[in-house]
Write a protein that binds this ligand. Structure first.
Ligand code: G3P
Length: 219
């Protein structure tokens, strides 16, 4: 499986987000590889209304109904049709583990699936204590890299992460600099369940072709 993080790329915002999600759906249906658009909360409702694949949110906050101006409420993204949410991405990390735990609890209270991003093994071990549906290992320094991926530069850490996540019964998603089918096949051969990708697809002049190339790594 692939988590395709739309971030705040222009190609993944507003009308473009809807177009991109439909391309993702085409590739997913043509190839049978599960690809999950991870989108901005403001785009969830419209994307959900034009697709039939799982759509996830990029974040929720650890708040309940009430006076929390600017926060992203779990109930809101769930009502708009999101199936899950990622949490703690390096570009929008929670201030501490307690805050992450609260946000995770809120996601679970409304029935959202969860993927927790972690920057290293230590943080991953901590995140596994709260039993997300998926855990991701993404070294921040490699995020957005065009030529070095986590798969080719840190295979031994991925193997270690696989062992630890398997012991907790939580599937591992690896990300950062993933840009080729080789990156994906290496990640899967080391025991990862899937990958998280962004720039390779979102900045491509032909995202559908790029995705079709990437999914070859699952064959
Ligand atoms: O969430 C996945 C993302 O952080 C990876 O980004 O651009 O390295 O594929 P990128």
């Amino acid at each position: 499986m692939i988590f395709l993080n739309f971030k705040t790329y222009e190609s993944g915002t507003g009308k473009n987000a809807v177009l991109m999600a439909n391309k993702v759906q085409d590739v997913s249906k043509e190839t049978g590889v599960k690809i999950i658009p991870v989108v901005q909360p403001s785009d969830i409702k419209e994307i959900v209304s034009t697709t039939s694949i799982e759509i996830w949110a990029q974040k929720i906050d650890p708040v309940t109904y009430g006076a929390h101006t600017g926060s992203i409420l779990a109930e809101g993204v769930f009502e708009d049709g999101a199936v899950g949410t990622v949490l703690n991405h390096s570009e929008n990390r929670f201030v501490d583990f307690e805050t992450l735990s609260k946000a995770h609890l809120r996601a679970k209270e409304v029935g959202l699936k969860t993927l927790i991003f972690t920057k290293d093994i230590e943080e991953m071990e901590k995140a596994l204590e709260i039993k997300p549906d998926f855990v991701s290992y993404e070294p921040p320094a490699l995020i957005g890299s065009k030529d070095v991926s986590v798969a080719t530069s840190q295979p031994e850490i991925i193997s270690k992460a696989v062992l630890i996540s398997k012991n907790s019964g939580v599937p591992l998603i690896v990300g950062a600099g993933i840009h080729s089918q080789k990156d994906i096949s290496i990640s899967l051969s080391l025991g990862a369940t899937g990958v998280a990708v962004a720039s390779d697809v979102m900045l491509s002049s032909d995202p559908k072709r790029e995705l079709l190339e990437l999914v070859e790594g699952f064959k």
